[in-house]
Design a protein around this ligand. Structure first.
Ligand code: TXA
Ligand code: MG
Length: 318
């Protein structure tokens, strides 16, 4: 990894001013790059959805500089959520809470809840502190594409649709935040991330139900695109298997005339998480029919390892 030139204080100020004018600023977080807009600016939010080509009914996460700002955005915050915020923020955790009166519908997709997160990344922290208010930010990719983990990915996906891209180098975690819905009496895990379910359960001191694939059959399932069976999708087909079977599987596909790339996947789960989306983008070339990716070893399928399994399985969903 080369040296990273971080944005200057003057650039951070320009970015904050841009958000105040209703502009769009892409910025790094520890998970993936976000596409930011001032959460309470109607024009900014309209531009955000247009740039991402994202359905207006899909809620976005509001990013905050400090945990103390939670009470500006949420009401009836339960003790379990306070404990999660205290233990994990700043960090790769999003809390879904009952929204306060100042949260516009554009942020929540009409739900009566809001997703909040305090990211753990110096450029994000500087931007949020300079701006002072909530920044609505989905991942800075076009809808349905893998999330960007470098500034170059953002430019490739969004180009002219974004006013500024703050470059903070490659993201440290590389997969999206863990989402815990604390808006009802039963905490639910809506998305796995680097903070694993067992960790969440230890902090809240109770079992946390995992809420999987939203479907019409599940009436109270949240409208979360990350929870659709297929969402993180390369153009080539993706097939996943255990590491010991990857070479044999690739050989048999080649034998059948398919053009195959084996995903260059580190064995260390943290490292795998960091590079997963970049390697998927690289592998997803026009002359490739199938990408074959190894799952993390069973023993590593906790925390970020579990999140990698989740993202790979969704991307592999036919
Ligand atoms: O790591 C992350 O969370 C990154 C960085 C930029 O912070 N953001 C991110 O945003 O992944 P996005 O929009 O790509 O995914 C956010 C997920 C979506 O599945 C959305 O539906 C869900 O969070 N979400 C947001 N607000 C929600 C709410 N009020 N209720 C249920 N789900 C919500
Ligand atoms: Mg996304």
């Amino acid at each position: 990894m080369g040296a990273v030139t971080v944005p200057t204080p003057a650039e951070i100020e320009r970015a904050a001013a841009c958000l105040r004018r209703g502009g769009l600023v892409a910025f790094p977080t520890e998970t993936v790059y976000g596409l930011g807009a001032h959460a309470t600016n109607a024009d900014g939010m309209e531009r955000l959805y247009a740039a991402k080509d994202r359905p207006r009914s899909h809620p976005v996460i509001v990013h905050l500089a400090h945990a103390e700002q939670v009470d500006d955005w949420a009401v009836d915050v339960p003790l379990g959520a306070r404990a999660l915020a205290a233990a994990c923020w700043p960090g790769p955790l999003t809390l879904v809470l009952r929204r306060s009166g100042r949260v516009p519908d554009a942020v929540t997709g009409g739900e009566d809840t809001v997703g909040l997160r305090v990211p753990d990344q110096p450029v994000a922290a500087a931007l949020l502190a300079a701006f002072g208010d909530g920044v609505a930010a989905p991942s800075a990719n076009r809808f349905g594409r893998v999330s960007p983990t470098t500034a170059a990915h953002v430019r490739a996906d969004l180009g002219d649709h974004v006013d500024m891209v703050l470059d903070g180098g490659p993201c440290r975690v590389g997969v999206e935040s863990t989402i815990v819905d604390c808006s009802t009496d039963r905490p639910r895990l809506l998305r796995t991330g680097a903070i694993g379910r067992d960790h969440v359960e230890a902090i809240v001191g109770r079992r946390v139900v995992a809420s999987v694939a939203a479907s019409d059959a599940d009436a109270d399932a949240p409208r979360a695109p990350g929870t659709l069976p297929r969402h993180y999708a390369p153009v080539a087909a993706l097939e996943v298997t255990t590491r010991d079977r990857v070479a044999g599987h690739a050989a048999s596909l080649r034998g059948a005339g398919r053009r195959v790339v084996v995903l260059d996947a580190p064995t260390d789960p943290q490292e795998y998480g960091r590079v997963l989306y970049a390697r998927l983008r690289e592998a997803d070339a026009p002359d490739v029919d199938v990408i074959v990716a190894p799952l993390p070893d069973i023993a590593d399928q906790v925390g970020v390892g579990a999140a990698i399994v989740d993202r790979l399985r969704r991307a592999a969903h036919p």
